[in-house]
Design a protein around this ligand. Structure first.
Ligand SMILES: Cc1cc2nc3c(=O)[nH]c(=O)nc-3n(C[C@H](O)[C@H](O)[C@H](O)COP(=O)(O)O)c2cc1C
Length: 267
């Protein structure tokens, strides 16, 4: 019989060996069966290797697929160190009440519509939210990697926005990304008018993904300008998409008006 101290040492050695082995093991691909909660490497069981896979993802030495991220995200708030810790605790019987090791529900009716918005002063965003609610769509707000300060958008002062809008090559970087763009067949893109056009960050967004075969519905808000050429000038950035006619709305447009427009378009 092993005493307690020897058992612990043996357990520690087994854990270490498994962790070292995992450093040289690439996660497998999920099969057709429902993946298990916590099974980040998709090998059909939850082990210490899954903990290591998550840790490696967190330090950037391993890139996980969307499917792997989903099973690794025990708390449903994005994968972080607490997910790895929770699995570790579950492995030694210290955690109950989480579905670790249980088959996850298959997301068979993944949403096929995405509403994307860039809204610096908050006029466009609620209208985009109305559209998302009506369409039962996923929602994505573009965040500038370098946020626009009030000085940056003080237009007609040669501010950052003024300079970007007059520079055909300007492509302001985006801080966040849509991880599963291939899932969507319809994309609503909402933006404010900046000097008669969409902000250049919308160009960055359109150049960041493959929109082939997707339907794109643009709309904007403005102080007074019409939609003008702001939407048609974006077509060349997603040339293999079906672009619907866009529409301009004033700030404060009601949910009913947005819904009526969606209905008019057959949604
Ligand atoms: C840099 C800049 C340029 C703008 N240019 C125009 C314009 O050409 N025509 C117009 O009607 N409004 C213009 N506006 C006003 C915005 O289009 C309007 O306030 C919009 O609703 C802002 O949307 P947001 O709050 O979602 O950012 C401009 C605003 C900024 C910051």
């Amino acid at each position: 019989m092993l005493n307690r101290s020897k058992s612990l040492k043996l357990f520690a050695v087994i854990l270490s060996v498994m962790m070292i082995v995992s450093l040289f093991t690439m996660p497998s691909v999920f099969g057709a069966e429902a993946p298990l909660c916590g099974d980040a490497d998709g090998d059909g069981e939850v082990t210490v290797i899954d903990v290591t896979v998550i840790q490696r993802h967190l330090v950037g030495s391993l890139t996980l697929s969307d499917a792997q991220l989903k099973v690794a995200d025990i708390f449903g708030d994005g994968v972080d160190i607490t997910d790895a810790t929770l699995i570790q605790r579950w492995l030694v019987g210290m955690t109950a009440g989480y579905p670790i090791g249980e088959p996850m529900e298959q997301d068979n009716d993944a949403n096929d519509t995405l509403v994307v918005v860039f809204s610096r002063t908050g006029n466009t965003k609620p209208l985009a939210q109305y559209a998302a609610a009506y369409l039962d769509a996923d929602f994505f707000e573009i965040e500038a990697a370098v946020p626009y300060t009030d000085a940056d958008i003080a237009y007609y002062t040669n501010c950052r926005a003024d300079r970007e809008q007059s520079d055909p090559t300007a492509r302001p970087a985006i801080a966040n990304e849509v991880g599963n763009m291939e899932q969507y067949s319809t994309i609503v893109i909402a933006y404010p008018i900046w000097h008669g056009q969409a902000p250049k960050i919308i160009c960055t967004f359109l150049e960041s993904y493959d929109f082939s075969g997707k339907t794109i519905i643009p709309f904007c808000t403005s102080a007074s300008s019409p939609l003008g050429t702001s939407a048609s000038n974006l077509h060349s950035l997603a040339p293999d998409s079906t672009w619907k006619d866009g529409r301009r709305f004033a700030a404060g447009t009601s949910q009913a008006t947005i819904e009526a427009w969606m209905k008019e378009m057959g949604y």
